[in-house]
Design a protein around this ligand. Structure first.
Ligand SMILES: C[S@@+](CC[C@H](N)C(=O)[O-])C[C@H]1O[C@@H](n2cnc3c(N)ncnc32)[C@H](O)[C@@H]1O
Length: 606
């Protein structure tokens, strides 16, 4: 009986963030196993509408006052639907409270089936799934399982002839909607029009047991998560190889690193061979990164720097001299992540005192703030069932407040600014799985105005310059926050002052539309020599330069230490004065002088 009480506890506990599954796996004081609780709730959710009807028509809650609507739904589910019946001793009072009405309950279930014109329970289940999708307003779209083909180990053509040979290709995502649990019915496949080597299959399709999955020939990776590597590298080929090395600065668990390696594999052997430096500040997560890279057979291309803080990396180190592209996917609020397995919305039977009044369906809000990233569920593959998946984004509580978003946004901007300072870098992508403007377009706006961008000529990669598939993507940057009321202390939505071209350059994904994705943001930066050397307007000085103008050397030192954790920190002094002024910023730091025809002193990080 503890199974049912545990399920009620989990379903009625206040949200602490994370997906429904991770909450069950991390919940304390439960006596049933997490997998039993999870299976019960998910299965009961498929039948809830008809079970609520059966319970009401049988008058069960009037007859058995010990039963709450939720407990009754779970017990009646197992009594009528589960092969093994109610998981409790036969003499348990609550089991008896259901079983003494078995004739009436069975009769009501049969009537409900006939009312819907279904010949069998399997038909009824399919009808209920369809009813539920329509009721939730999601009959027109599906959240599929996205599968990326790993070019290092296989190819699109090979996978179509092997793993997916029995699959029928449909011409839209909506075509993947299946109304039953029947595996044969789930052998449907949609070839993605935006990302090469990406396909979608129905979410329930069993793919993790295939040899291709086990051998790393196919990788489960959400479509939006494939945008950054493709935006950065584009359509490489033997005729159009990527020039230079790459960095993935925030890489664990490694989906984007392995995607970059897969794209590079398409250009076949080129000399010199490109290298990907892939790092993560977290040591435990670096281990997952290592596993993913090995599983994808990308060890020969990828050099892992475990536990490496990207901000502490010295861009001028010799080994990074040839780094031309950097991909930054830093920690974010994760507000765009959609937990497909989030708490099921159960329709409950009406409680006795409210029967005849308005509907009492139990409503739960979809937790939009901090879901486990489905990208993590593939590493290790067993994490799907055996343990709580770890969160890619460091939001422990799922609570997103404006202070936290501001801190995240500051860190995100610092990380990308650091990427823009790599001497040979020509392309950088920045991405988040957040829907908040402050983590997305607002970071882009800050970056474009940064000293390093202006000095080095960084601008956004325009839509017309983007790889074919992404150029076609219609969801673009927004200038006003769609989520302001959720996070802002004021009623005024946050906005940015980016040009229409810059907004067009940014790519957005939103949950709940026909694309079958969660919320995501990505922007590409490209270095344009014709724009290099732009200076800040006179008088538009940073906090640092104000301190410098005051001539307080000790303050400069303190500010520099506060402003960066990088090992190298350069300040450009734009002075007419000669000889060059050298100020020891930090022990290892050198102050370099750049003379420009200006009487103003302007300083900034580059
Ligand atoms: C959103 S996840 C990255 C997901 C990864 N790009 C993928 O596709 O699998 C963000 C990662 O950034 C790492 N991180 C955050 N700040 C970092 C820093 N300063 N240097 C390196 N890694 C960092 C976190 O540990 C976390 O693993």
């Amino acid at each position: 009986m503890s199974l049912y009480f545990d399920a009620v506890t989990v379903l009625t506990a206040p949200s602490s963030g994370g997906s429904f599954k991770s909450r069950i796996y991390s919940a304390k004081n439960l006596r049933a196993t997490p997998s039993q609780i999870y299976a019960l709730v998910v299965e009961a959710a498929k039948w809830d509408r008809v079970l609520a009807e059966v319970i009401e028509r049988a008058g069960l809650l009037n007859l058995e006052r010990k039963l709450t609507p939720l407990l009754a739904l779970l017990l009646v589910h197992d009594h009528l639907i589960s092969k093994n019946g109610i998981a409790a001793p036969a003499a348990h009072p609550l089991r008896q409270a259901v079983e003494r009405h078995k004739v009436r309950l069975k009769a009501e279930l049969a009537k409900a089936r006939v009312r819907r014109g279904c010949a069998s329970l399997a038909d009824l289940k399919a009808t209920l799934l369809r009813e539920k999708r329509e009721a939730n307003g999601i009959s027109g779209f599906v959240y599929p399982r996205w599968v990326r083909i790993n070019n290092i180990r296989s190819s699109f053509e090979e996978q179509m002839q092997t793993t997916f040979s029995a699959y029928k290709t449909v011409d839209s995502l909506a075509g993947l909607a299946v109304d039953s649990d029947d595996r044969a019915a789930q052998r449907l496949l949609f070839v993605d029009p935006n990302i090469p080597d990406l396909i979608a299959i129905p979410y329930g399709a069993d793919i993790t047991s295939t040899p291709a999955y086990k051998k790393g020939e196919i990788i489960l990776q959400d479509k939006a998560s494939c945008f950054p590597a493709y935006l950065l590298l584009g359509n490489v080929s033997p005729q159009n190889p990527w020039q230079g090395d790459l960095v993935d600065g925030c890489a664990a668990p490694g989906n984007k690193t392995t995607h970059m390696a897969s794209i590079l594999a398409k250009q076949k052997e080129t000399k010199p061979r490109n290298q990907i430096f892939s790092m993560d500040a977290s040591k435990p997560r670096s281990k997952i990164l290592q596993k993913m890279v090995s599983l994808a057979s990308s060890d020969s291309t990828v050099t892992i720097l475990p536990g490496q803080d990207f901000l502490a990396l010295d861009p001028t180190e010799e080994r990074f001299a040839n780094v031309t592209g950097l991909l930054l996917d830093p920690s974010c609020s994760g507000s765009g992540i959609v937990g497909r397995d989030d708490i099921p919305q159960l329709t409950l039977p009406k409680a006795p005192e409210t029967q005849g009044k308005s509907s009492q369906g139990k409503k739960r809000k979809r937790q939009g703030d901090s879901h486990d990233d489905p990208r993590n569920q593939q590493v290790p593959a067993a994490s799907n069932t055996s343990s709580a998946p770890t969160d890619e984004n460091d939001i422990p509580s799922g609570i997103v407040d404006s202070d936290r978003l501001t801190k995240l946004s500051n860190l995100q901007a610092r990380i990308v600014e650091h990427a823009l300072s790599f001497p040979s870098a020509t392309h950088v992508t920045y991405s988040t799985c957040s829907i908040h403007l402050i983590e997305n377009e607002a970071v882009v706006e800050r970056l474009l105005a940064s000293d390093v961008a202006r000095e080095r000529g960084w601008r956004l990669l325009r839509r017309d310059e983007q790889p074919d598939g992404l150029r076609k993507w219609k969801h673009r940057g927004v200038s006003e926050d769609r989520t302001s009321t959720a996070i802002s202390k004021t009623d005024t939505p946050m906005s940015v002052n980016l040009s229409q071209d810059d907004l067009e350059a940014c790519l957005r994904c939103w949950s709940g539309d026909a694309e079958g994705l969660g919320g995501f943001f990505v922007a590409g930066f490209v270095r344009d020599q014709s724009l290099a050397g732009r200076l800040k307007r006179s008088g538009q000085t940073t906090g640092l330069s104000k301190t410098m103008k005051n001539g307080a050397g000790s303050q400069i030192r303190r500010k520099c230490t506060m402003l960066t954790t990088c090992r190298e920190f350069y300040i450009h002094l734009h002075l007419n004065a000669s000889p060059p002024i050298m100020i020891p910023v930090r022990r290892r730091h050198v102050l370099r002088e750049t003379r420009v025809p200006s009487s103003q002193a302007n300083f900034g990080r580059i």
